[in-house]
Design a protein around this ligand. Structure first.
Ligand code: DGL
Length: 252
């Protein structure tokens, strides 16, 4: 047993979609969350900047004595996970590998991926998918505006619906029915995406896949917690008016 908290970070409120899944699955774990709102959005920043911000986030979490770190951010996973793993001794997991594992276990041969511009340009999703499932067909779509609109609390507005309509075009025309939500802000749009596509679609939530992986890791290494009064502490690097409302909506 290990009472130390799980550390989670993202650029903003998106990672709360991951926190939610972790909390549902492991209610007795203490959690420390950092939303790096000062440097939001990550999606349009250079790899060097993402690495710098990610190192700062990890250092802050280490000061809180966390036992493991979850990168609840597709952009930071795709661009900084390798460097972080080399630099730090603490176990660190990102959202891509657990999701690829899930897709392989389901034997899917064709998937869509939506993510930030930085993540799609970096090509990490397609590369990792093809490493494990060589014949898989991947339809990528960068969605540069989604994280910002969600962070401003406007996901469900006209503006949110309008951009979803545009971004869903390549999937809708081919009736792609499995789409990875490759940015952790995107589960906020789940219903809007379903409404726009209008057919049965599996929207693969990385919070789900990563929380399965995390739970297995904690059990295998005997570092899970059974605290009935476990707490969640959320820190932002810059005050953000909308954050609490959006987080509460996600966490219900
Ligand atoms: N939630 C993040 C991701 O998963 C970052 C979005 C952003 O800051 O641009 O990619």
């Amino acid at each position: 047993m290990d009472k130390r908290p799980i550390g989670i970070f993202d650029s903003g409120v998106g990672g709360i979609t991951v926190l939610k899944e972790i909390k549902n699955k492991m209610p007795n774990e203490n959690i420390i969350y950092i939303g790096d709102t000062q440097n939001f959005p990550y999606g349009n920043k250079s790899k060097e900047e993402i690495i710098k911000f990610s190192i700062e986030n990890v250092n802050k979490l280490l000061k809180k004595d966390v036992k493991i770190i979850v990168i609840a951010c597709g952009t930071a996973t795709s661009q900084a996970l390798g460097v972080l793993k080399e630099k730090f001794d603490i176990p660190i997991i990102g959202i891509i590998e657990p999701t690829v594992k899930y897709i392989k276990s389901k034997n899917y041969q064709k998937v869509g991926v939506i993510a930030t511009e930085g993540t799609i340009k970096n090509g990490a999703w397609e590369r990792k998918l093809k490493e494990k499932i060589p014949n898989i067909q991947v339809i990528n779509k960068a969605c540069p505006m989604l994280a910002t609109i969600a962070e401003e609390g406007k996901a469900k507005s006209k503006e949110g619906k309008k951009v979803i309509k545009e971004y869903m075009k390549p999937f809708k025309s081919e009736k792609i029915d499995k789409i990875i939500l490759g940015c952790t802000h995107f589960p906020i749009y789940e219903q809007i995406i379903r409404d726009e596509l209008g057919y049965e679609v599996e929207l693969i939530n990385t919070g789900n896949t990563i929380s399965n992986e995390l739970q297995t890791y904690l059990i295998e290494n005997s570092i899970e917690n059974n605290d009935k009064n476990a707490t969640i502490n959320i820190y932002l690097t810059k005050k953000e008016e909308q954050f609490e409302n959006i987080a509460q909506n996600i966490l219900k």
